[in-house]
Design a protein around this ligand. Structure first.
Ligand code: NOJ
Length: 538
């Protein structure tokens, strides 16, 4: 077998694990998770043995100084740590601790907007003549005093807020406390690229870049057209949901900026750029660059909202594989801090187990979300306790709090997350659904994650091999991953009925089942998959 391990970059071989720091582990008893909390849990994430989770890179959502209008995605200083989360020295210890265990550190970078409390915005809003005025996006009112155009905010209402002092509106496509930066200003661009260098010098291995598809908007500020397919049930306040983001997203000019961001990363060895990108495939694929000179991993969320059907998943993978140019490396995401929990979204625990076997065996870099490994389901947050601005503005059913409840470590009060009342309530199932209890249960979802990750690590074919689908019944998905003479066959039953598969495999052996209760030679009569069962054959 070729020695691919040494020549392929870590971000192709490895598995990324997202940590939402507010909800992972509180170390100082204030009810909010922090960086020392993450440090204390590094052995859980990877201690080099199959008893730990076994992930390769940690992506940590924002921990910058922030007034928390959008829980850290409103940054008031790009080069520091909010005291709520710790100090720069804590961050350095975290990088050192992760690197010592062979894990990389990826941090969130929020280049589209700052907090309205960032010194740049405080200066810019002072007057039209401020030297930093054009670091943000300002426009005059229409003659009748209304906003410059029809653009809506993702979080409800118009994307413009009026500043009486200077008589202009500023742009914000999220809450009004998140004014948008003007990437056409060379000074702003230089200042932002320097914030990347600040962290690169501190040893971070890459960035997850927030909404990079929004960095450039139409210079003429043309109105977005109405979306003819908008869901009629959308909140009346959801102006953005009723529009097609023709003039606010994926503008051609953005690619020159992404190339400069990439060049900045390439001033250092072996770093990765991951982008949060949502557009349709032909637009999305452009973020790899014409020859790979933009992002190594534009996040691919396409599997996340598929119906729970083998064929839908297979088509989604096939479309992606067909769209990728040869130099582009795929990646898949099934959950994050903005989406309902995957166990709730796909129908339950059985589906969550099958979903992770899919995620960890497809061709491409998988990203896991903290808590999914213990099968966390959507938290139940009483309406008056909703924290998320999206939930407050667009209705409880749009609240992202459901996927941000505290990590459940053990059966002690507050699930071992904190000594204090947490910022969001711990889910009621914590006495059974927690890391300590599930670790002791050999058949638990947590042990399935561990075994899958370990198996993936032991089999380069699963990390780097080619992907080919195999014939299978309608409700099943079957594919093989091949590298040199190593072959892994994956079979997934999406139905609640038993399924029989005949596979083109001689002398095969069931290596791993989502039910964790079988390891046997493959019967010559074929493979029987139980309801919702997935099996890896080698
Ligand atoms: C995407 C982030 O994932 C989300 O949490 C945030 O609210 C918006 N970008 C705005 O920064």
């Amino acid at each position: 077998m070729p020695n691919t391990q040494s020549i392929t970059p870590w971000w192709q071989r490895g598995v990324v694990y997202q940590i939402y720091p507010r909800s992972f582990q509180d170390s100082n008893g204030d009810g909010v998770g922090d960086l020392p909390g993450i440090l204390a849990r590094l052995d859980y994430l990877n201690d080099g043995t199959p008893d730990s989770l076994g992930v390769d890179a940690l992506w940590i959502s924002p921990f910058y100084p922030s007034p928390m209008a959008d829980f850290g995605y409103d940054v008031a200083d790009y080069c520091n740590v909010d005291p709520l989360f710790g100090t720069l020295a804590d961050f350095d210890r975290l990088v050192e601790g992760a690197h010592r265990r062979g894990m990389k550190i990826i941090i969130d970078w929020v280049p589209n907007h700052t907090s309205d409390q960032h010194p740049w915005f405080i200066e810019a809003r002072r007057s039209r003549r401020s030297p930093q005025r054009n670091w943000y996006i300002w426009a005059d009112p229409k003659p009748d005093g209304s906003p410059p155009n029809n653009w809506g905010s993702f979080f409800g209402g118009p994307a413009w807020t009026f500043e009486p002092a200077s008589g202009q509106y500023y742009l914000h496509q999220f809450v009004k406390e998140q004014p948008e930066l003007n990437w056409r200003s060379p000074e702003l661009k230089a200042a932002m690229l320097d914030t990347l260098r600040f962290w690169l010098r501190r040893g971070v291995d890459g960035f997850r870049m927030d909404v990079v598809g929004l960095l450039i908007k139409d210079a003429a500020l043309r109105d977005n057209p109405p979306n003819p397919h908008a869901d009629p049930r959308l909140s009346p306040n959801d102006l953005h949901g009723r529009q097609l983001a023709v003039y606010t997203e994926d503008q051609d000019e953005v690619h020159a900026i992404i190339r400069q961001i990439r060049q900045t990363l390439d001033e250092f060895d072996d770093r990765v750029g991951i982008g949060e990108l949502w557009g349709p495939l032909p637009r999305w694929v452009r973020y790899y660059g014409e020859q790979g000179e933009e992002l190594q991993l534009p996040f691919n969320f396409r599997l996340m909202n598929q119906p729970w059907q083998a064929q839908a998943m297979a088509n989604c993978v096939a479309e992606l594989e067909a769209a990728l140019p040869p130099f582009a490396w795929p990646n898949y995401v099934l959950g994050n801090h903005d989406q309902p929990r995957l166990a709730s979204r796909f129908g339950g625990q059985a589906q969550a187990r099958l979903a992770v076997m899919l995620l960890l065996t497809l061709r491409g870099t998988p990203t896991l979300y903290n808590g999914d490994e213990i099968g966390l389901e959507n938290g139940k947050i009483p309406p008056e306790q909703i924290q998320d601005p999206q939930g407050k503005n667009l209705g409880a059913e749009r609240s992202r709090d459901v996927c941000r409840t505290p990590m459940q470590w053990d059966a002690s009060p507050q699930a071992g997350f904190s000594q204090a009342k947490p910022w969001l309530p711990v889910s009621e199932d914590y006495t059974q659904r927690n890391v300590a209890a599930l670790s002791k249960d050999p058949l638990s979802i947590l042990n399935l994650y561990r075994q899958l990750l370990w198996h993936r690590r032991q089999h380069p074919a699963l990390q780097l091999g080619s992907y080919q689908t195999l014939p299978a019944p309608t409700d099943c998905l079957a594919y093989q991953r091949t590298l040199g003479n190593q072959r892994q066959v994956i079979t997934l039953n999406f139905s609640s009925r038993e399924q029989r598969l005949s596979l083109p495999v001689d002398n095969g052996r069931v290596a791993l089942s989502t039910h964790l209760d079988r390891a046997e030679p493959l019967a010559t009569a074929g493979l029987i998959l139980r309801p919702h069962e997935g099996v890896i054959i080698e």
